[in-house]
Ligand binder design. Structure first.
Ligand code: ADP
Length: 416
């Protein structure tokens, strides 16, 4: 809309007619009906008036001096500022060709003089409405174009992201494949190593037994002719052989864990505890140790492995005793859908920096003369617990005792 129009006006109408009477009559009627009419007497004046303020609609006479209505209309249509303004011709010319010419020049309608006021008003209203709808449509179109632009940009961004994701998936898949290959390779070399350790250990046992046997025979048959030194040498030989045999047996036990997989069955841990204590009975008696079980459940697992686990942990709890008579408690409780076992002793304890190291193969914190052993027992315990899907760790205070914790899955959860 333009500057001539009052705020509640129905529209700014530019009337172009060289007849002042016509101008007056039309202006009066249009004002009465709520429009803002402006009248000019010639084509050039009309062009000027429209330039000063764009009208919403133009009523244009055809026969005028200087420029006729067709020429004025063509000029309006040729100008990008005014080309969209609807132009209605009002003329006394009523030949078909006149109308054709008017439409060809760009007019939207044609009213023949003398006219009915109501007809003029109806046509003006009609074309103003049409123009308004066109403007709204153009506005909507613009919004739609912007929206399409945004969507296209979003689509493009999405596509780029998709491509990146595809690439990432490809990278991950190839990394996974490489990892799987490395894992297979590792499993193969582990199994080969275990097989080698097993064969080597097994083959070592026999010559050691021979040496140990002959050393004991020597001692038995010829001890009378031995002096003190020779007896000491022979004893060292026998002890060395014993240690070697224990070491090889422990190694064999460790390598067996990787190779032999028995089906898991329900195991009553109370019974396993009792059997472990029976196997350790001479050690328990010698140390006057008290070992008490509490709430030991039934779990799903490998019987011989669990027996070895209990035996190693209870055996260590007594072996690494302090000044006090050993008191060992073996308990279990259900925690986070798994059984948490604890083997608690009142022995010498372990420094915090060794909490993880003690589970390493051959890792020992004391000399053999102080506490005999091979450093394989806890590595075996760790492997057994991991075979059963659990975790093992230690908490300890020096000179106050240690507690070895391990978890085993709860049977109801394993079955589900
Ligand atoms: P080993 O007893 O044959 O030396 P282990 O693997 O069973 O081998 O134990 C590794 C080391 O952990 C032991 O040498 C010992 O120093 C320490 N250790 C194990 N159990 C206990 C315990 N209950 N109290 C204190 N130290 C322990």
């Amino acid at each position: 809309m333009n500057s001539y129009q009052s705020s509640d006006s129905l529209g700014d109408i530019l009337i172009v007619d060289d007849e002042p009477n016509n101008l007056r009559v039309l202006s009066t009627i249009l004002s009465d009906r709520g429009y803002d009419p402006r009248g000019v007497l010639s084509g050039p004046m009309a062009l000027k008036a429209a330039k000063a303020a764009l009208p919403d609609l133009i009523l244009l006479d055809i026969m005028m001096p200087d420029l006729d209505g067709y020429e004025v209309c063509q000029k309006f249509k040729a100008d990008t500022n005014t080309c969209e303004i609807p132009i209605i011709f009002i003329s006394a010319k009523d030949q078909g060709m006149d109308k054709v010419k008017a439409f060809a020049a760009g007019g939207v309608d044609y009213i023949t003089k003398p006219f009915q006021f109501e007809e003029v008003l109806a046509r003006i209203e009609n074309h103003l409405n049409l123009r308004k709808l066109q403007q709204e449509l153009a506005q909507q179109n613009l919004l739609l174009q912007t929206e399409i632009g945004h969507r296209k940009a979003a689509e493009q961004a999405l596509q780029q992201q998709n491509e990146r994701l595809q690439q990432e998936i490809c990278d991950r898949q190839s990394a996974e494949a490489a990892l799987q290959k490395a894992n297979q390779e590792l499993a193969r070399s582990n199994s080969e190593l275990e097989q080698f350790a097993s064969i080597a250990s097994h083959d070592l046992l026999s010559p050691i037994s021979t040496i140990s046997g002959y050393a004991q025979l020597l001692k038995m048959c010829y001890s009378k002719s031995f002096d003190e030194k020779s007896t000491e040498y022979i004893d060292s030989m026998i002890q060395g052989c014993d240690r070697m045999q224990t070491l090889i047996n422990d190694l064999l036990a460790y390598s067996r864990l990787g190779r032999e997989k028995n089906p898991f069955v329900p195991i009553d841990c109370q019974k396993i505890f009792t059997e472990a204590c029976q196997n350790l009975s001479s050690q328990l008696r010698y140390n006057q140790a008290t070992v008490t079980p509490k709430d030991l459940p039934t779990v799903i697992g490998d019987r011989s492995q669990l027996l070895q686990l209990f035996q190693n942990l209870i055996g260590n709890a007594i072996k690494y005793r302090g000044e006090n008579t050993p008191i060992v408690q073996v308990t279990a409780a259900l925690e986070n859908n798994a059984y948490l076992f604890a083997v608690k002793d009142n022995g010498i304890g372990i420094e915090p920096e060794n909490f993880q190291k003690v589970f390493q193969m051959f890792k020992r914190l004391h000399g053999h003369s102080q506490y005999p052993g091979t450093g394989i027992g806890l590595a075996i315990c760790q492997k057994i617990v991991e075979n059963h899907g659990g975790r093992i760790w230690v908490e300890s205070e020096c000179d106050r005792g240690s507690t070895f914790y391990f978890t085993l899955p709860c049977p109801s959860i394993v079955n589900n």
